[in-house]
Write a protein that binds this ligand. Sequence first.
Ligand code: SF4
Length: 64
Amino acid sequence: MRVAINPQLCRAHGQCYMLVPEVFEPDDNGYSRVYTAVVGPEFSDRVLAAVQLCPEEAISEVED
Ligand code: SF4
């Protein structure tokens, strides 16, 4: 699976990179970016939870 963050929606709440630091990371201002292009299956459950939990709906799953 792949995920993307819409930088225009992200408000730097931090839930995603606290929940899945292996996939999301904060930039210098706390806005999230995707750390890895392809999400391994071992992280998919937490990534889907991050998609659901993002208050801004800024994270989306991307079709391969
Ligand atoms: S949870 Fe959503 S709004 Fe918060 S840092 Fe992650 S992508 Fe941005």
